[in-house]
Write a protein that binds this ligand. Structure first.
Ligand SMILES: NC(=O)c1ccc[n+]([C@@H]2O[C@H](COP(=O)([O-])OP(=O)(O)OC[C@H]3O[C@@H](n4cnc5c(N)ncnc54)[C@H](OP(=O)(O)O)[C@@H]3O)[C@@H](O)[C@H]2O)c1
Length: 305
Protein backbone atom coordinates (compact mmCIF):
# COMPACT_ATOMS: atom_id res chain seq x y z
CA UNK A 1 0.00 0.00 0.00
CA UNK A 2 1.44 3.38 -1.02
CA UNK A 3 2.32 5.97 1.58
CA UNK A 4 1.21 9.60 1.22
CA UNK A 5 3.46 11.90 -0.73
CA UNK A 6 1.24 14.64 -2.18
CA UNK A 7 1.56 18.26 -1.13
CA UNK A 8 -0.65 21.31 -1.59
CA UNK A 9 0.60 24.69 -2.66
CA UNK A 10 0.15 27.47 -0.13
CA UNK A 11 -0.50 31.04 -1.28
CA UNK A 12 3.13 31.74 -0.30
CA UNK A 13 4.40 29.29 -2.92
CA UNK A 14 5.52 26.80 -0.25
CA UNK A 15 4.34 23.20 -0.29
CA UNK A 16 2.49 21.65 2.63
CA UNK A 17 2.55 17.83 2.83
CA UNK A 18 -1.05 16.67 2.93
CA UNK A 19 -0.74 14.20 5.80
CA UNK A 20 0.83 15.39 9.05
CA UNK A 21 1.12 14.04 12.57
CA UNK A 22 -1.17 15.64 15.15
CA UNK A 23 0.18 16.01 18.69
CA UNK A 24 -2.65 17.42 20.83
CA UNK A 25 -2.89 15.38 24.06
CA UNK A 26 0.32 13.54 23.16
CA UNK A 27 2.11 13.67 26.48
CA UNK A 28 5.69 14.96 26.46
CA UNK A 29 7.04 11.49 27.30
CA UNK A 30 5.05 9.90 24.42
CA UNK A 31 5.37 12.55 21.77
CA UNK A 32 9.13 12.22 21.33
CA UNK A 33 8.79 8.60 20.20
CA UNK A 34 5.64 9.37 18.19
CA UNK A 35 7.40 12.05 16.14
CA UNK A 36 10.44 9.83 15.57
CA UNK A 37 8.21 6.93 14.48
CA UNK A 38 6.24 9.21 12.17
CA UNK A 39 9.29 10.69 10.47
CA UNK A 40 10.73 7.21 10.00
CA UNK A 41 7.43 6.12 8.43
CA UNK A 42 7.67 9.01 5.95
CA UNK A 43 5.66 11.85 7.54
CA UNK A 44 7.17 15.23 6.69
CA UNK A 45 4.57 17.44 8.39
CA UNK A 46 4.24 17.80 12.17
CA UNK A 47 1.59 19.88 13.91
CA UNK A 48 2.00 21.17 17.45
CA UNK A 49 0.96 24.20 19.52
CA UNK A 50 2.35 26.12 22.47
CA UNK A 51 -0.63 25.07 24.58
CA UNK A 52 0.03 21.34 23.97
CA UNK A 53 3.03 21.67 26.29
CA UNK A 54 5.11 19.40 24.08
CA UNK A 55 6.95 21.75 21.71
CA UNK A 56 10.29 20.90 23.37
CA UNK A 57 9.91 17.15 22.85
CA UNK A 58 8.55 17.61 19.33
CA UNK A 59 11.55 19.78 18.47
CA UNK A 60 14.01 17.37 20.04
CA UNK A 61 12.59 14.43 18.08
CA UNK A 62 12.76 16.43 14.85
CA UNK A 63 16.38 17.28 15.62
CA UNK A 64 17.22 13.66 16.43
CA UNK A 65 15.37 12.24 13.40
CA UNK A 66 18.31 12.83 11.10
CA UNK A 67 16.00 14.35 8.46
CA UNK A 68 17.06 17.85 7.57
CA UNK A 69 14.86 20.71 8.64
CA UNK A 70 14.22 21.90 5.05
CA UNK A 71 12.51 18.59 4.24
CA UNK A 72 10.03 18.98 7.08
CA UNK A 73 6.97 21.18 7.49
CA UNK A 74 6.41 22.32 11.08
CA UNK A 75 3.37 24.17 12.36
CA UNK A 76 2.83 25.63 15.79
CA UNK A 77 0.24 28.04 17.17
CA UNK A 78 -0.06 31.28 19.08
CA UNK A 79 -2.06 30.73 22.28
CA UNK A 80 -4.99 32.86 23.45
CA UNK A 81 -3.08 34.47 26.34
CA UNK A 82 -0.65 36.12 23.91
CA UNK A 83 -3.13 37.92 21.64
CA UNK A 84 -2.16 41.36 22.83
CA UNK A 85 -0.11 42.72 19.89
CA UNK A 86 2.73 43.49 22.33
CA UNK A 87 2.95 39.81 23.32
CA UNK A 88 2.93 38.28 19.85
CA UNK A 89 6.62 38.42 18.95
CA UNK A 90 7.62 37.23 22.42
CA UNK A 91 5.33 34.21 22.03
CA UNK A 92 6.97 33.41 18.70
CA UNK A 93 10.41 33.50 20.31
CA UNK A 94 9.28 31.12 23.06
CA UNK A 95 7.93 28.61 20.53
CA UNK A 96 11.07 28.79 18.39
CA UNK A 97 13.22 28.26 21.48
CA UNK A 98 11.09 25.34 22.66
CA UNK A 99 11.29 23.74 19.23
CA UNK A 100 15.03 24.52 18.88
CA UNK A 101 14.31 25.88 15.42
CA UNK A 102 15.32 28.91 13.45
CA UNK A 103 12.01 29.09 11.63
CA UNK A 104 8.45 27.82 11.50
CA UNK A 105 6.84 26.76 8.24
CA UNK A 106 3.47 27.91 9.50
CA UNK A 107 2.38 29.86 12.56
CA UNK A 108 -1.34 29.90 13.28
CA UNK A 109 -3.52 31.98 15.54
CA UNK A 110 -4.92 29.04 17.51
CA UNK A 111 -8.37 30.55 18.22
CA UNK A 112 -10.15 33.82 17.44
CA UNK A 113 -10.41 34.38 21.19
CA UNK A 114 -8.20 36.57 23.40
CA UNK A 115 -7.55 35.65 27.04
CA UNK A 116 -6.11 38.01 29.59
CA UNK A 117 -2.33 38.32 29.04
CA UNK A 118 -0.03 36.70 31.53
CA UNK A 119 1.53 33.44 32.61
CA UNK A 120 -1.71 31.54 33.08
CA UNK A 121 -2.68 29.61 29.94
CA UNK A 122 -6.36 29.79 30.94
CA UNK A 123 -6.78 32.70 33.36
CA UNK A 124 -9.92 32.50 35.50
CA UNK A 125 -11.63 34.96 37.85
CA UNK A 126 -12.84 34.18 41.37
CA UNK A 127 -16.08 32.67 39.97
CA UNK A 128 -14.09 30.24 37.86
CA UNK A 129 -14.96 32.06 34.62
CA UNK A 130 -12.31 32.37 31.91
CA UNK A 131 -10.98 35.93 31.78
CA UNK A 132 -11.20 37.25 28.24
CA UNK A 133 -9.34 40.33 27.01
CA UNK A 134 -10.74 43.08 24.79
CA UNK A 135 -8.27 42.37 21.99
CA UNK A 136 -9.62 41.99 18.47
CA UNK A 137 -8.22 39.01 16.53
CA UNK A 138 -7.76 41.43 13.63
CA UNK A 139 -5.17 43.32 15.70
CA UNK A 140 -3.50 40.09 16.82
CA UNK A 141 -3.26 39.02 13.19
CA UNK A 142 -1.75 42.38 12.22
CA UNK A 143 1.00 41.76 14.79
CA UNK A 144 1.56 38.29 13.32
CA UNK A 145 1.92 39.83 9.86
CA UNK A 146 4.90 41.80 11.15
CA UNK A 147 6.92 38.67 11.94
CA UNK A 148 6.53 36.99 8.55
CA UNK A 149 10.01 36.52 7.15
CA UNK A 150 13.06 34.49 8.10
CA UNK A 151 11.55 33.14 11.32
CA UNK A 152 8.00 32.55 10.09
CA UNK A 153 7.53 31.39 6.52
CA UNK A 154 3.74 31.62 6.59
CA UNK A 155 1.01 32.72 8.95
CA UNK A 156 -2.56 31.55 9.18
CA UNK A 157 -5.49 31.03 11.48
CA UNK A 158 -7.37 28.21 13.11
CA UNK A 159 -11.00 27.76 14.10
CA UNK A 160 -12.11 30.64 11.88
CA UNK A 161 -15.61 30.62 10.38
CA UNK A 162 -16.46 32.13 6.99
CA UNK A 163 -17.78 35.21 8.79
CA UNK A 164 -14.59 35.74 10.78
CA UNK A 165 -12.42 35.17 7.70
CA UNK A 166 -14.45 37.73 5.74
CA UNK A 167 -13.95 40.24 8.52
CA UNK A 168 -10.23 39.48 8.77
CA UNK A 169 -9.69 39.72 5.01
CA UNK A 170 -11.06 43.26 4.99
CA UNK A 171 -7.99 44.51 6.86
CA UNK A 172 -5.34 41.82 6.35
CA UNK A 173 -2.40 42.65 4.17
CA UNK A 174 -1.23 39.02 4.21
CA UNK A 175 -3.96 36.55 3.22
CA UNK A 176 -3.81 33.70 5.77
CA UNK A 177 -1.98 30.77 4.20
CA UNK A 178 -4.17 28.27 6.03
CA UNK A 179 -7.21 27.83 8.22
CA UNK A 180 -6.98 24.76 10.45
CA UNK A 181 -10.45 23.53 11.45
CA UNK A 182 -12.29 20.47 12.63
CA UNK A 183 -13.19 18.33 9.61
CA UNK A 184 -14.51 14.79 9.28
CA UNK A 185 -17.58 13.23 7.64
CA UNK A 186 -19.82 14.39 10.54
CA UNK A 187 -18.59 17.97 10.03
CA UNK A 188 -17.59 18.24 6.35
CA UNK A 189 -17.69 22.09 6.31
CA UNK A 190 -18.23 22.26 2.53
CA UNK A 191 -19.18 25.93 2.56
CA UNK A 192 -16.03 26.88 4.51
CA UNK A 193 -13.85 24.83 2.15
CA UNK A 194 -15.39 26.56 -0.88
CA UNK A 195 -14.87 29.99 0.64
CA UNK A 196 -11.23 29.19 1.46
CA UNK A 197 -10.62 27.85 -2.05
CA UNK A 198 -11.98 31.06 -3.59
CA UNK A 199 -9.67 33.09 -1.35
CA UNK A 200 -6.53 30.91 -1.73
CA UNK A 201 -6.56 29.82 1.90
CA UNK A 202 -5.48 26.23 2.36
CA UNK A 203 -7.67 24.15 4.68
CA UNK A 204 -6.22 21.70 7.18
CA UNK A 205 -8.46 19.09 8.80
CA UNK A 206 -8.09 18.55 12.52
CA UNK A 207 -9.70 15.81 14.60
CA UNK A 208 -10.12 13.81 11.35
CA UNK A 209 -10.83 10.64 13.36
CA UNK A 210 -13.37 12.38 15.56
CA UNK A 211 -10.72 12.99 18.24
CA UNK A 212 -10.49 10.77 21.33
CA UNK A 213 -14.14 9.74 21.41
CA UNK A 214 -14.00 8.78 17.71
CA UNK A 215 -17.71 8.05 16.98
CA UNK A 216 -17.15 8.64 13.27
CA UNK A 217 -14.75 5.67 13.18
CA UNK A 218 -17.77 3.46 13.95
CA UNK A 219 -19.96 4.87 11.18
CA UNK A 220 -21.21 1.85 9.14
CA UNK A 221 -20.03 3.20 5.76
CA UNK A 222 -16.54 3.77 7.18
CA UNK A 223 -16.46 0.33 8.79
CA UNK A 224 -17.63 -1.33 5.54
CA UNK A 225 -14.97 0.45 3.50
CA UNK A 226 -12.32 -0.53 6.04
CA UNK A 227 -13.39 -4.17 5.59
CA UNK A 228 -13.42 -3.81 1.80
CA UNK A 229 -9.80 -2.59 1.75
CA UNK A 230 -8.65 -4.59 4.78
CA UNK A 231 -7.52 -1.47 6.63
CA UNK A 232 -8.44 0.36 9.85
CA UNK A 233 -11.47 2.73 9.78
CA UNK A 234 -9.08 5.56 10.67
CA UNK A 235 -7.18 4.99 7.43
CA UNK A 236 -10.40 5.39 5.43
CA UNK A 237 -11.10 8.72 7.15
CA UNK A 238 -7.58 10.00 6.48
CA UNK A 239 -7.73 8.97 2.80
CA UNK A 240 -11.10 10.70 2.41
CA UNK A 241 -9.65 13.96 3.76
CA UNK A 242 -6.61 13.54 1.50
CA UNK A 243 -8.82 12.99 -1.58
CA UNK A 244 -10.61 16.26 -0.78
CA UNK A 245 -7.28 18.10 -1.07
CA UNK A 246 -7.24 19.27 2.53
CA UNK A 247 -4.22 18.51 4.60
CA UNK A 248 -5.08 16.21 7.49
CA UNK A 249 -3.55 15.71 10.93
CA UNK A 250 -4.25 12.30 12.47
CA UNK A 251 -2.89 12.14 16.02
CA UNK A 252 -1.54 8.94 17.49
CA UNK A 253 1.09 7.88 19.97
CA UNK A 254 0.67 4.20 19.06
CA UNK A 255 3.50 3.13 16.74
CA UNK A 256 1.45 0.67 14.64
CA UNK A 257 -1.30 3.27 14.13
CA UNK A 258 1.20 6.00 13.23
CA UNK A 259 2.56 3.70 10.52
CA UNK A 260 -0.85 2.52 9.25
CA UNK A 261 -2.33 6.02 9.26
CA UNK A 262 0.30 6.99 6.68
CA UNK A 263 -0.80 4.32 4.18
CA UNK A 264 -3.15 5.54 1.49
CA UNK A 265 -6.39 3.63 0.91
CA UNK A 266 -7.20 3.60 -2.84
CA UNK A 267 -10.74 4.97 -2.41
CA UNK A 268 -12.77 5.17 -5.62
CA UNK A 269 -14.88 8.18 -6.61
CA UNK A 270 -17.92 6.16 -5.53
CA UNK A 271 -16.38 5.46 -2.10
CA UNK A 272 -15.68 9.17 -1.67
CA UNK A 273 -19.24 10.06 -2.70
CA UNK A 274 -20.62 7.54 -0.19
CA UNK A 275 -18.53 9.10 2.57
CA UNK A 276 -19.59 12.61 1.47
CA UNK A 277 -23.21 11.48 1.80
CA UNK A 278 -22.76 10.76 5.54
CA UNK A 279 -22.65 14.50 6.20
CA UNK A 280 -25.69 15.20 4.03
CA UNK A 281 -27.85 12.85 6.08
CA UNK A 282 -26.93 14.03 9.58
CA UNK A 283 -26.88 17.37 11.38
CA UNK A 284 -23.26 18.59 11.66
CA UNK A 285 -21.53 17.37 14.80
CA UNK A 286 -18.54 19.05 16.40
CA UNK A 287 -16.30 17.36 18.92
CA UNK A 288 -14.15 20.38 19.75
CA UNK A 289 -16.18 23.33 21.03
CA UNK A 290 -14.90 25.39 23.97
CA UNK A 291 -17.42 28.23 23.24
CA UNK A 292 -19.37 27.68 26.43
CA UNK A 293 -16.45 27.21 28.80
CA UNK A 294 -14.69 30.26 27.38
CA UNK A 295 -17.85 32.36 27.10
CA UNK A 296 -17.11 33.23 23.49
CA UNK A 297 -19.23 32.77 20.37
CA UNK A 298 -16.45 31.03 18.46
CA UNK A 299 -18.57 29.45 15.76
CA UNK A 300 -20.95 32.38 15.20
CA UNK A 301 -24.07 30.70 16.57
CA UNK A 302 -27.02 31.42 14.41
CA UNK A 303 -24.85 31.41 11.30
CA UNK A 304 -24.71 28.22 9.25
CA UNK A 305 -21.94 25.81 10.27
N1 LIG B 1 -6.28 23.89 15.81
C1 LIG B 1 -6.97 23.34 16.76
O1 LIG B 1 -7.70 24.00 17.53
C2 LIG B 1 -6.93 21.86 16.92
C3 LIG B 1 -7.91 21.22 17.68
C4 LIG B 1 -7.85 19.83 17.76
C5 LIG B 1 -6.85 19.15 17.10
N2 LIG B 1 -5.88 19.81 16.40
C6 LIG B 1 -4.77 19.10 15.71
O2 LIG B 1 -5.29 18.00 14.99
C7 LIG B 1 -4.73 16.80 15.50
C8 LIG B 1 -5.71 15.66 15.40
O3 LIG B 1 -6.88 15.87 16.13
P1 LIG B 1 -7.21 15.12 17.50
O4 LIG B 1 -5.96 14.88 18.26
O5 LIG B 1 -8.31 15.87 18.14
O6 LIG B 1 -7.85 13.76 17.10
P2 LIG B 1 -7.82 12.63 15.95
O7 LIG B 1 -6.55 12.63 15.22
O8 LIG B 1 -9.10 12.78 15.22
O9 LIG B 1 -7.94 11.34 16.86
C9 LIG B 1 -6.96 10.97 17.77
C10 LIG B 1 -7.44 9.74 18.51
O10 LIG B 1 -7.59 8.65 17.60
C11 LIG B 1 -6.78 7.57 18.03
N3 LIG B 1 -6.25 6.91 16.81
C12 LIG B 1 -5.23 7.31 16.01
N4 LIG B 1 -5.04 6.46 15.00
C13 LIG B 1 -5.96 5.48 15.15
C14 LIG B 1 -6.25 4.31 14.42
N5 LIG B 1 -5.56 3.98 13.33
N6 LIG B 1 -7.28 3.51 14.87
C15 LIG B 1 -7.99 3.86 15.97
N7 LIG B 1 -7.76 4.97 16.71
C16 LIG B 1 -6.75 5.77 16.29
C17 LIG B 1 -5.69 8.17 18.90
O11 LIG B 1 -5.25 7.23 19.86
P3 LIG B 1 -3.70 6.94 20.23
O12 LIG B 1 -2.96 8.23 20.23
O13 LIG B 1 -3.83 6.35 21.61
O14 LIG B 1 -3.21 5.96 19.22
C18 LIG B 1 -6.47 9.29 19.59
O15 LIG B 1 -7.23 8.81 20.66
C19 LIG B 1 -4.35 17.18 16.93
O16 LIG B 1 -3.50 16.24 17.52
C20 LIG B 1 -3.77 18.54 16.72
O17 LIG B 1 -2.46 18.46 16.18
C21 LIG B 1 -5.93 21.16 16.30
Amino acid sequence: MATYSATALLNTGAKIPLVGLGTWQSKPNEVYEAVLTAIKAGYRHIDTAWIYGNEKEVGQAIKDSGVDRQSLFVTTKLWNNAHNPEDVEKALEVSLKNLQMEYLDLWLMHWPVAFKSGDKPVPKNADGKVELAPVDYVDTYAAMEKVVGDRVRAIGVSNFTVGKLQRLLKSASVVPAANQVELHPYLPQNELIDFCKQNKIHVTAYSPLGSTSGPVQKEPIIVDLAKKYNVEPAQVLISWAYKRGTSVLPKSVTPSRIVNNFKEVPLTAEDVANIDAIGLNKPPQRVVDPSESWGSDIYDSGAKL
